[in-house]
Design a binder for this molecule. Structure first.
Ligand SMILES: Nc1ncnc2c1ncn2[C@@H]1O[C@H](COP(=O)(O)OP(=O)(O)O)[C@@H](O)[C@H]1O
Ligand SMILES: [Mg+2]
Length: 417
């Protein structure tokens, strides 16, 4: 059953990050890590810098942090700028280097290094040394999926949390998705501003027409992409959740929105337009667009009951993990290469049986990073390729060859204080 889940992807290309370099990123002043394929395990006490390493990989994959909306927080305190860069390789040997340079909150005084001249805004993106003007030029080059205990919010949190999840996941599969989202947000903001003006009698309803058209066009595509993705995700997540819960539970996910279930693209646009027309008086009254992808939701249920309201904490946690693992699988199926999987502090919450089941499942991925505060037995007995101990401002790396008997220890020179 587990193997069959991977059958669709494991024959395909493989993607790994072979080198990660951090400069003034979170607690790291400077560190360069060489990372093998397979299972990479990072063990260290609280605040030793584990999550920051995984976060850095996700910043390269998505240009954003899963932990904060404020990029300057990623830069080491009191520094003017910080940088993360990574070398990714695909199975055919093609390499791509992605670098993200960020502006910090520090001022360039008292000998602090001035920001490089190319950092004119808050963030600078590069692929193979070439500046990228838009996140869409970077996202999807080297996909990654991150899961931490906070991932519980995926099922427990507000609908906006699930929409954000869809945006990030689909952007890594469909390059034009970020562009659609940008166009949609712009049309939405313009339309909402005009609706308020119409309410005050300062504008005519006809002025909305061009923005409504843009909203409808981009909105129909976004909802179609989301519905397709959720359909694929639901099947895989149900299988994984079933295995995690010993087959006792039946997880279901369904995309909900005014155009859900309409398969033809033009028909979608027509339905969305029709629904907007219906809401016209309410829209003017409230000064905001009432229907569209910005209001859509993903319904998640277990055994027919909404998980958000009725699920136990344990059920929610298991479902969230199953959904994130399913996200990685669906990205893998759609792209022909599995994303780098980043699991932050997830094993401590599983009982030993599920923890070893999860570790077994991870063998199907090309490259996985797992963090833990404790070197549990399940971790020690797993088939890891590199083991990193984080302590006292240093990262010790031990590597194992394919046969599991060669090992080599390397001490990385870095500072985390
Ligand atoms: N911008 C920053 N500059 C310097 N240190 C930071 C910054 N952001 C977080 N930290 C610190 O980095 C340390 C490591 O954090 P983290 O990677 O979350 O550790 P872990 O996951 O091992 O618990 C923490 O002590 C945290 O306070
Ligand atoms: Mg952590």
């Amino acid at each position: 059953m587990l193997l069959s889940l991977f059958a669709l992807v494991c024959e395909e290309d493989e993607l790994t990050i072979s080198e990660l370099a951090l400069q003034n990123f979170r607690c790291y002043e400077h560190v360069v890590l060489e990372l093998p394929r397979g299972l990479n395990i990072f063990v260290g006490p609280n605040a030793s810098g584990k999550t920051s390493l995984l976060e850095a990989v996700l910043v390269l994959a998505t240009t954003k942090s899963p932990r904060t909306l404020h990029d300057y927080e990623l830069v080491r305190w009191d520094n003017v700028w910080g940088r993360v860069s990574g070398q990714f390789r695909s199975g055919e040997g093609q390499a791509v280097r992605i670098a993200v340079t960020l502006k910090g909150s520090g001022e360039p005084v008292d000998g602090a290094a001035a920001a490089p001249s190319y950092l004119t805004g808050a963030k600078h993106l590069e692929v193979d040394g070439q500046t990228c003007d838009a996140a869409a030029q970077v996202v999807g080059r080297a996909p990654a999926v991150f899961f931490s205990p906070d991932g519980l919010q995926l099922v427990k949190g507000a609908p906006s949390r699930r929409r954000r999840f869809l945006n990030t996941a689909i952007a890594q599969i469909t390059p034009r998705h970020l562009d659609d989202l940008r166009r949609y947000r712009r049309a939405l903001a313009q339309r909402n501003a005009l609706l308020k003006q119409v309410a005050r009698g300062e504008a005519d309803g006809a002025t909305l027409a061009p923005w409504t058209s843009q909203l409808v066009e981009a909105g129909a595509r976004i909802s179609a992409d989301r519905e397709r993705f959720v359909g694929q995700l639901s099947t895989v997540a149900a299988d994984l959740d079933g295995t995690l819960t010993g087959g006792r539970e039946c997880l279901e996910m369904r995309y909900q929105g005014v155009v859900a279930g309409v398969s033809d693209e033009q028909e979608r646009e027509a339905v969305l337009r029709e629904q907007l027309d219906k809401q016209w008086s309410r829209e003017v009254q409230l000064g905001a667009t009432q229907v569209g992808p910005h209001r859509d939701e993903v319904a998640v249920s277990v055994n027919g009951r909404p998980l958000r309201q009725f699920g136990s904490q344990g059920q929610q946690r298991t479902a969230a993990l199953a959904i994130k693992l399913a996200e990685a699988q669906v990205i893998g199926q759609r792209r022909g290469e599995l994303p780098v999987l980043l699991l932050d502090d997830c094993l401590s919450e599983l009982d030993p049986k599920r923890a070893s089941w999860l570790l077994e499942l991870l063998a199907g991925f090309d490259q996985v990073f797992v963090t833990s505060a404790v070197a549990t037995e399940a971790l020690q007995q797993s088939n890891w390729t590199a083991w990193y101990n984080l302590a006292e401002g240093a990262i010790d790396q031990e590597r194992r060859g394919a046969a599991g008997n060669e090992s080599q220890t390397k001490r990385e020179d870095q500072r985390c204080q």
